[in-house]
Design a binder for this molecule. Structure first.
Ligand SMILES: Cc1cc2nc3c(=O)[nH]c(=O)nc-3n(C[C@H](O)[C@H](O)[C@H](O)COP(=O)(O)OP(=O)(O)OC[C@H]3O[C@@H](n4cnc5c(N)ncnc54)[C@H](O)[C@@H]3O)c2cc1C
Length: 388
C-alpha cells in the first residue's frame, strides 16, 4: 500500500488529471510549501487520458475566449517549459453550419473572437470544402475558422506535468483515494485518504467527473453533473485533413492525427452520473459512423480501431468552477470543465493556485466562483458553445 511522505501539507490536490497536476506545478513554482496530489486511479485514467486533444479559442463569451487564448499561449511554450513535446499543431478549427440560423450564431462568435484580437474567418461553402476535403456537397452553408486553434496529444502533456510537479518537490501519490475532509470548525483542517489522515488547511477538488462525489464527501452540495461521452479512432488513412471539424447542429467533431487516424465523437444521450462506469455503446458506434460518412463519404471504407469513453463534468451555465467555496473555507474547486478542460487547463489552473494560496483570483467571480450557484445574485452569463 502507498504510504505518504508526510503527515501534513500546505495543499492537498485531489485528482492527478491535467487540472490537478497543472495546479500543483503553479503552487510549487509559487513556493507554496509541501503539496500533495492524490489520485485513486493511474495517470491519465480520468478524462485527461480520454479526450480528443482539441484546443480552441472560438467561444460565445469573452471570459472563455480569454482563458482559452491564454491557454493556447501556454501550450505553445509547453516544450520549453516542461521539456515534453505535446505535438500542439495549430492547424485550426472549423465550425460547420447547416442552416442560415446556425451561421448567424457563428457570425456572432466570429465577431466576439475578432474583437479579442484573434483572426477568425467566416467561411462560405467553397472555403469550407477547401478546408474539409471530401465534405459532401450541400452539407454546409458555411462556417467559421480560426487557424491558431488546434490539437495536441494529451498523454505527453499529462506525463510532462507529472514529471515537472515531482521535480519541483510535489508528492504525487497514485492509487490513493481522498475519502473525506475533516473540518471541525467549518474550515478545512485535514483530508482523510486511503493512506491515512493528512493535515492540510487547503484541499483542491480537481476530481473531474467525480468532483460532485468528492464535494459531497466534504458535505457540500454542488450542481455539477457527470455525463459520459464516447469517442473513436479509425485505422489510419493518408493525411488529408488539417483542422478539427465541429458541426454546430449535433456537436459531431473529428480531426486527423499525424499518424492518419480519424479521431472524433458525437453526443449520444448516455444519462447522468458515474455509476455505470466507462463503457462504449453500439448506439454511439453506429450513430457516429453514420454521421461521419454522411458528412465525408470518402471515409466510408475505414474501419474503427478503438472506441472508448470518459466523463464530462458539466455545470448549469457552461463555465468551470474555480475558487474557494465560501461554505467551507479551505475547500477550493477546480472542476466543472465539461468537454473542454484540457484546452482551458493552463490558464484556469493558474487561478486555482491563486485561490489555494488565498490570493485574489484574477477572474470575474460572478462567472467562475462557486458562490454563483447559491447566491441570490445569480449570473445571467452562460457559455453555450459546448460543442466538440
Ligand atoms: C470523450 C472526451 C473527449 C474530450 N475532448 C476534449 C477536447 O478535445 N479538448 C478538451 O479540452 N477537453 C476535452 N475533453 C474534456 C477534458 O478531457 C476534461 O475536461 C479534462 O481532462 C478534465 O481534467 P481534470 O483534471 O479535471 O479531470 P480528470 O482528468 O478526469 O482527472 C480527475 C482525476 O481525479 C481522480 N479522482 C476522482 N475522485 C477521486 C478521489 N476521491 N480521490 C482521489 N482521486 C480521485 C480520478 O481518478 C481522475 O484521475 C474531453 C473529454 C472526454 C471524455
Amino acid at each position: 500500500m502507498t504510504s505518504l511522505a508526510r503527515s501534513s501539507y500546505r495543499v492537498v490536490v485531489v485528482g492527478a488529471g491535467v487540472l490537478g497536476l497543472y495546479t500543483a506545478v503553479h503552487l510549487a513554482r509559487a513556493g507554496a510549501g509541501p503539496v500533495l496530489v492524490v489520485d485513486r486511479g493511474f495517470l491519465s485514467s480520468g478524462a485527461s487520458g480520454r479526450n480528443g486533444g482539441g484546443v480552441r479559442q472560438q467561444w460565445e463569451t469573452r471570459a472563455t475566449v480569454r482563458l482559452a487564448r491564454e491557454s493556447v499561449a501556454a501550450y505553445r511554450r509547453f516544450g520549453l517549459d516542461f521539456g515534453y513535446n505535446i505535438w500542439f499543431r495549430q492547424s485550426g478549427y472549423v465550425f460547420l453550419a447547416e442552416t442560415e440560423r446556425e451561421l448567424t450564431r457563428l457570425r456572432a462568435v466570429h465577431d466576439l473572437v475578432v474583437s479579442e484580437g484573434l483572426p477568425s474567418e467566416v467561411l462560405g461553402p467553397e472555403r469550407v470544402a477547401a478546408l474539409v476535403p471530401g465534405i459532401a456537397p450541400g452539407a454546409s452553408v458555411g462556417g467559421t475558422y480560426l487557424g491558431s486553434d488546434g490539437t495536441l496529444y494529451p498523454f505527453p502533456a499529462v506525463w510532462g506535468l507529472y514529471e515537472a510537479a515531482r521535480s519541483l518537490g510535489v508528492e504525487v501519490a497514485l492509487g490513493v483515494e481522498a475519502v473525506g475532509v475533516d473540518a471541525p470548525a467549518g474550515r478545512v483542517a485535514a483530508v482523510m485518504t486511503s493512506a491515512g489522515r493528512v493535515e492540510a488547511p487547503v484541499v483542491v477538488n480537481a476530481a473531474g467527473g467525480w468532483s460532485a462525489e468528492f464535494s459531497r464527501r466534504a458535505g457540500l452540495t454542488v450542481p455539477n453533473v457527470a455525463t459520459r461521452h464516447e469517442i473513436f479512432a479509425t485505422e489510419p488513412v493518408k493525411p488529408f485533413l488539417d483542422p478539427m471539424v465541429v458541426r454546430v447542429s449535433d456537436g459531431l467533431y473529428f480531426s486527423q492525427t499525424m499518424r492518419g487516424e480519424i479521431v472524433g465523437g458525437v453526443t449520444v444521450p448516455n444519462g447522468h452520473g458515474v455509476d455505470g462506469g466507462m463503457p462504449t455503446s453500439p448506439r454511439f458506434l453506429t450513430g457516429m459512423a453514420r454521421a461521419l460518412v454522411l458528412l465525408v463519404p470518402r471515409l466510408a471504407s475505414l474501419g474503427v480501431l478503438r472506441a472508448w469513453s470518459g466523463f464530462y463534468d458539466d455545470t448549469p451555465d457552461g463555465f468551470p468552477v474555480i475558487g474557494e467555496d465560501p461554505r467551507r473555507p479551505g475547500f477550493v474547486h477546480a472542476n466543472g470543465f465539461g468537454g473542454h478542460g484540457f484546452m482551458l487547463a493552463p490558464a484556469a489552473s493558474r487561478r486555482v493556485a491563486q485561490a489555494a494560496l488565498g490570493e485574489r483570483v484574477d477572474l470575474d467571480p460572478a462567472t467562475f466562483a462557486p458562490a454563483r450557484f447559491f447566491s441570490s445574485d445569480r449570473p445571467t452569463s452562460v457559455e453555450r458553445l459546448q460543442l466538440g
